[in-house]
Design a protein around this ligand. Structure first.
Ligand code: FE2
Length: 284
């Protein structure tokens, strides 16, 4: 019998403010919050108060990693120094490879109503940190949605979903870290068993309802909790009351990380270079 992935930790996020004063819940990578190689940060924004989001994220730089924004509800406008303009709408994803440098703004395209979604930061291997920047807007209509035999809806954003019955490639495939990013909607009493390669680091972020976790020390994780699982074994998730869960998995890079705000490199010298390049107008 194959073993199951164990629960290593269950932790809540922390309230934070970023950009020009956007209020959010930082789930990975804030003060006192661990990073989970290859993921550097996860923010959840979820509010129906425009004061929490209206200031947005005016122009700012990034270097050395990728940002993935998944909008559940609301509209955000992206503009960058390459001339890209994109409107991110409900259910859509923006996959931005900052690599050597990108300067962009992310501003809400609404003055009222709910704004709900996530931004995830995915590290790049050292050899790609100074590669060419790239940007993709993926509307909801281009992101595969499937229903498993047990009635679980899976939005396959990145990687490949495979439960032994259905296989579905996601909208995005990335080399090296091979990120798997699924939005799982479990109705009450359902279960789902996504297959993930041994060695992949796996996190579950429960953003609605609650989930019963695998393993001998079975326990439940409620909304707002990040669950880290061990890097090997099978995964069987059940939800008695129903849940919406972001499954985030990737192959660790095991490289040194030196971060200064929106720059994530492998050494202090490279961070100093990024700061000089930004100051001299040659970051991007
Ligand atoms: Fe940004």
């Amino acid at each position: 019998m194959t073993s199951q992935r164990r629960v290593i930790s269950i932790q809540p996020g922390q309230p934070a403010s970023d950009g020009a004063g956007v209020r959010l819940n930082r789930v990975i990578g804030g003060p006192g919050l661990e990073r989970f190689d290859p993921f550097l940060m996860l923010d959840e924004f979820s509010t129906d108060n425009p004061d929490d989001y209206i200031a947005g994220f005016p122009p700012h730089p990034h270097r050395g990693f990728e940002t993935i924004t998944y909008m559940i509800e609301g509209r955000m406008r992206h503009e960058d120094h390459l001339g890209n303009v994109g409107l991110l709408g409900s259910g859509g994803v923006q996959w931005m490879t900052a690599a050597r440098g990108i300067i962009h703004s992310e501003m809400p395209e609404q003055e009222s109503g709910a704004m709900r979604g996530f931004q995830l930061w995915l590290n790049l291997p050292a050899k790609d940190k100074l590669g060419e920047a790239g940007y993709r807007d993926i509307p909801a209509s281009e992101i595969p949605r499937i229903n498993t035999a047990s009635g679980v809806e899976v939005v396959v954003i990145a990687g490949e979903f495979d439960d032994g019955e259905i296989r579905q490639a996601g909208a995005v495939q990335r080399p090296h870290t091979q990120p798997q990013l699924f939005d799982l909607h479990l109705p009450a009493g359902s279960q789902v068993s996504p297959r993930l390669a041994d060695g992949q680091r796996v996190m579950l972020y429960v953003y609605e309802g609650s989930l019963e976790l695998p393993g001998a020390n079975a326990q439940a994780a409620g909304a707002g909790r990040l669950v880290r699982l061990s890097d090997e074994g099978e995964l069987h998730l059940t939800s008695a009351q129903g849940a919406r869960v972001l499954l985030i998995a990737g192959t660790p890079l095991n490289e040194p990380i030196v971060q200064y705000g929106p720059f994530v490199m492998n050494s202090r010298e490279e961070i100093e270079q990024a700061l000089r390049d930004f100051r001299d107008g040659v970051l991007a």
